[in-house]
Design a protein around this ligand. Structure first.
Ligand code: ADP
Ligand code: MG
Length: 275
């Protein structure tokens, strides 16, 4: 019978792939190529990033962890096209990032919602500039609100929402334009522990149902072990990649499991280690 590949999957065109060349790994969705950043401050220049190279594959969930000041936010901003790198480059699906693009959905730690807009208007903000018809934009907003469980709050204003709900709005807004990449900088840093764990579970559900590529910055090691396929561990002064750790644990992951604790211990050790 035709169509079944060696690995048990069925080829799109109904025929089995030839062995070898056609089964190359998926194209890297994001690639950092020897990225460096020096802030030329009034005093001594700060080398916030030095020779940072790694990639995130299509559909992969990668967390970036490291101590405060190791350059996580700088890296996030360089990938987002908000800060210019001093050296190297960032490629999104093979194209160099030189400015913010709607191919990325960006979520900041401090929500960045517009207080004068309703939940639905915040979620639809990025769509306003697209040339989609109004009815289609509205349907998209409703779909995103359902995805993050905020349908009932569509007409509420941000000031009446809890921190967790605000961050759900920010995630829905980031996803509304259907970006290739979801890029997040400590998005759950400002909410309580219980809400944080709930948001982590929800984000994994969103990731599973949308197939987005995610690059998620955090200083919380347990959060990274909960979420990531791979963890990029950074070191400070200068900000650089210390090691990349594959998290080989089935999801959902339980904090009480021995394997979970082992990964947390290993990543903490890497963060604490000195050169
Ligand atoms: P993290 O997010 O990991 O805490 P940052 O990327 O915010 O790290 O900062 C990395 C280093 O760069 C720190 O030493 C910080 O003080 C410095 N830095 C960050 N932003 C600027 C800036 N705009 N101007 C000068 N130095 C900066
Ligand atoms: Mg930061």
């Amino acid at each position: 019978m035709a169509g079944v590949n060696d690995d048990g999957t069925v080829g799109d065109d109904g025929t089995a792939d030839d062995a070898g060349a056609s089964r190359s790994p998926p194209a890297a969705s994001v690639a950092l190529d020897r990225v460096g950043k020096t802030y030329a401050a009034d005093g001594d220049p700060v080398r916030a990033l030095d020779d940072v190279s790694f990639s995130v594959a299509d559909g992969e969930f990668v967390c970036l962890v490291g101590p405060s000041g190791c350059g996580k936010t700088t890296l996030f901003r360089v990938v987002a096209g908000l800060t210019e790198a001093t050296d190297g480059r960032v490629l999104l699906d093979g194209t160099e990032v030189t400015a913010p693009t709607t191919d990325m959905g960006v979520v900041f730690q401090e929500y960045h919602l517009f207080p004068w807009l309703t939940v639905a208007e915040n979620v639809g903000f990025g769509l306003e500039r697209s040339d989609r018809p109004a009815a289609e934009r509205e349907a998209r907003v409703d779909e995103m609100l359902a995805l993050v469980g905020l349908t009932e709050f569509r007409d509420a204003y941000p000031k009446s929402l809890s921190g967790g709900m605000k961050q759900r709005v920010a995630i829905a807004r980031a996803l509304a334009v259907d970006p290739d990449l979801l890029l997040m900088d400590e998005p759950f840093g400002a909410v309580d522990a219980q809400t944080r764990e709930m948001l982590q579970r929800e984000l994994l559900d969103v990731w599973a149902s949308t197939g987005k590529t995610v690059l998620f910055v955090t200083h919380d090691v347990a959060e990274a072990v909960t979420l990531a396929d791979r963890i990029v561990v950074m070191a400070a002064e200068p900000g650089r990649v210390r090691e990349v750790v594959d998290v080989d644990v089935e999801r959902p992951r339980e904090r009480g499991d021995a394997a979970f604790a082992e990964y947390v211990g290993r990543v903490r050790e890497l963060i604490g280690a000195h050169p």
